[in-house]
Design a protein around this ligand. Structure first.
Ligand SMILES: *Cc1c(COP(=O)(O)O)cnc(C)c1O
Length: 359
């Protein structure tokens, strides 16, 4: 073969990590906030006979699923866009509204994919630290940003951004405002109704967390028809597979009571986990989601020790000090997904042993 000059990707991609979560099917994995109670019953039964549709393309923009979501939200179908996970909707929305070389402002700490999506789409991420009241500075979020990203309840803190702050940002923003409601099912307090009065708000949701269907890869966005149209253009057709669409529609139509019951289980077990962590002398951050962030010294070493005992949690370091305890650990913390009582007992036992081993 003759020597050929190599082809170079866009320079910004050097700062976009290739995501690499450690998957170990044998372990108790409490690292990714998925539903520890499993997948909804009707959805699981439909998944097994979805094979009949495999030779055909699905609808380009998930007609059936859009109809089911619109019905549930009492919204017009023109206000819904689906995606291959809400990640896909977030990525497409950032591409649709992000000015090349412009700024995407996001709260900090938040969902780690957001700065990556910003860079991959030619934007500069700008982190605006959450305050110790788990609030954000609206003016700093808005100034010069072509996209503003908010997440409530926020990953990884589990905290809620005050409604007045979100309303102010939506009112005064110059660009698109994204409100990520991946964990809204655990609070029951959605701001999705704001999309009816705003032409710059996109609310995103997912089937990956409370709905127990992370492996399906289905998410959606709700916004004004003009925003939805732009996101569809940036997203492209056929992102939700036929099998995934069928299962998601079945879950929405038949399994909502199951999902609500498991979300109630999760909020109960969250309090058990929270109190158990306090009993260990730790100061977890009060959460409204299905996980708890707990400041821990040497979080990486502690999580490695836990992993060696078959329990996986997510370690963070250098997080913005949103609480005095998080300041005291230098921003080191563990994020633990809530699950059934036996899993909570186990993670608390292993955490206590790991902290002693690492002390
Ligand atoms: C898990 C998560 C998502 C991604 O959800 P998918 O629908 O699985 O892509 C989006 N936002 C936040 C904040 C999350 O924690």
């Amino acid at each position: 073969m003759s020597a050929q000059r190599s082809v170079n990707p866009r320079a910004e991609l050097a700062n976009v990590p290739i995501y690499d979560p450690a998957l170990d099917p044998a372990a108790l994995d409490l690292s990714d906030n998925t539903n520890r109670w499993g997948a909804p019953p009707v959805a699981s039964s439909i998944a097994s006979d979805a094979a009949g549709s495999l030779t055909r393309y699905p609808s380009a923009y998930s007609t059936e699923l859009v109809a089911a979501i619109a019905e549930q939200l009492d919204a017009d179908r023109s206000m819904i866009v689906t995606g291959c996970g809400s990640d896909d909707v977030l990525d497409a929305a950032i591409r649709a509204y992000g000015a090349q070389g412009g700024v995407l402002a996001h709260i900090e700490p938040t969902f780690a994919m957001i700065p990556a999506f910003a860079r991959a789409n030619g934007l500069q991420p700008r982190a605006v630290g959450l305050t110790t009241a788990y609030d954000t500075n609206a003016a700093a979020m808005i100034a010069g940003a072509s996209v503003v990203y908010l997440c409530s309840p926020n990953n990884p803190t589990g905290t809620i951004i005050p409604r007045e702050t979100i309303e102010q940002i939506v009112r005064e923003a110059e660009g698109l405002v994204i409100l990520d409601e991946a964990y809204v099912d655990f609070t029951g307090e959605s701001l999705v109704d704001l999309v009816r009065s705003s032409s710059r708000l996109l609310v995103t949701r997912t089937f990956s967390k409370a709905f127990g269907l992370a492996g399906l890869r289905v998410g959606y966005g709700v916004g004004s028809p003009s925003i939805i149209e732009a996101v569809k253009r940036a997203r492209g057709p056929y992102k939700v597979s036929a099998a995934a669409e069928r299962v998601a529609v079945a879950a929405l139509r038949h399994d909502r009571a199951w999902v609500a019951d498991r979300a109630r289980d999760a909020t109960q077990m969250r309090e058990l986990l929270f109190n158990g962590l306090r009993d260990l002398g730790l100061e977890p951050i009060p959460s409204r989601a299905n996980f708890v962030l707990v400041p821990v010294h040497d979080a990486n070493r502690v999580s490695d020790a836990m992993r060696a005992c078959g329990v996986i949690v997510r370690a963070f370091s250098a997080l913005t000090a949103v609480s005095p305890a998080l300041a005291a650990t230098g921003g080191d913390a563990l994020r633990i997904t809530v699950g059934p009582v036996s899993e909570m007992d186990r993670v608390l036992t292993i955490l206590r042993e790991a902290m002693i081993a690492c002390a």
